[in-house]
Design a protein around this ligand. Structure first.
Ligand code: ZN
Ligand code: ZN
Length: 302
């Protein structure tokens, strides 16, 4: 936090026009952050924490950044780092779970917005504030926590997620390996029902299994080689996570991304075969969700 606060402090040094722009941007009031900001500020000598006017402006700027900032990847000296920055025109776009545009960043400085499908003249250009392949519940928890709204679009109101079953988990009833999906939409704590044996499970129980899958799979993504990851996805994941679950789809996407991005590594025909299969699964999930490919997905699925 003490380093992140520097981004906010830099706003005080912007030119007049740019500062006006920042002041005009929306800031979700997040009083919970205030104590954290003061603690971070106290790490610096002579930080004017007792200057009320200055601190009020700082709180607002932190709010503007939390509401609008993007993390843009930037390459320097062979390393990739994430820059946090304000891109006002890009930030102005509204959210849709099946957006008609996607955006990416060129070397941390330029935001590029591209139509993902035909947009009628005068039509609204929309983007997504979440990861596009996250399941309904995960997207809505994220939107509620960070953007303070609930989405009520067609995708969010379909508990099969157009047949993709991106949120599905395995049934916990003995002898049943059916898929369990949230029953109600428009709530962050739905009941879950098995589509095979129809048993209903409370949300708290299924949330625990979802967290387990998320943590287990993400820990591997962060620590395993591509080869180990393929073995893990093929041999171990099917024991605890349905292949349609978004965490597993994202893990497959990560493997494709790593295998296509760095061409200095050699892969066996068998490994390439697994990658092709993952690619088909990711393509199917995006197609039936009605999504067009974002830049990263496009590279990964070409
Ligand atoms: Zn939605
Ligand atoms: Zn069942």
């Amino acid at each position: 936090m003490s380093l992140r606060i520097l981004t906010a402090v830099r706003v005080f040094h912007l030119g007049k026009e740019q500062r006006h722009l920042v002041d005009a941007m929306q800031a979700n009031a997040e009083r919970a952050y205030r104590r954290e900001i003061i603690q971070a500020a106290q790490c610096f000598r002579n930080f004017p924490t007792t200057d009320r006017m200055f601190m009020d402006q700082l709180f607002r700027i932190v709010g503007v950044l939390n509401t609008n900032a993007f993390e843009a990847p930037c390459r320097s000296g062979g390393h990739e780092t994430l820059l946090r920055g304000l891109f006002p025109l890009t930030a102005i776009m509204n959210h849709e779970c099946t957006p008609n545009a996607s955006h990416y960043f060129e070397n941390g400085r330029l935001a590029v917005v591209r139509a993902a499908r035909d947009i009628p003249k005068g039509g609204e250009i929309t983007t997504t504030y979440t990861k596009i392949l996250w399941g309904n519940l995960t997207r809505n928890i994220f939107l509620k926590m960070t953007k303070h709204f609930a989405c009520d679009c067609v995708r969010c109101n379909d508990n099969t997620e157009n047949g993709t079953y991106l949120s599905a988990l395995f049934c916990r009833e003995q002898g049943c390996r059916g898929l369990v999906i949230p029953v109600q939409t428009r709530t962050l704590q739905p009941d879950w029902r098995c589509i095979t044996c129809e048993i209903v499970f409370p949300h708290a129980k299924m949330a625990k299994y979802q967290d387990f899958a998320l943590n287990t799979i993400n820990n591997r993504i962060n620590s395993c080689s591509v080869q180990d990851m393929i073995h893990f996805i093929n041999e171990l994941c099917p024991r605890f996570c349905p292949s349609s679950n978004y965490v597993l789809i994202e893990a497959k996407l990560n493997v494709i991304w790593r295998m296509t991005r760095f061409d200095h590594e050699e892969y066996t025909p068998e490994e390439m075969g697994h990658m092709d299969r993952y690619r088909e699964e990711v393509q199917l999930a995006t197609k039936i969700t009605g999504l067009r490919l974002t830049n990263k997905l496009k590279i990964a699925t070409m």
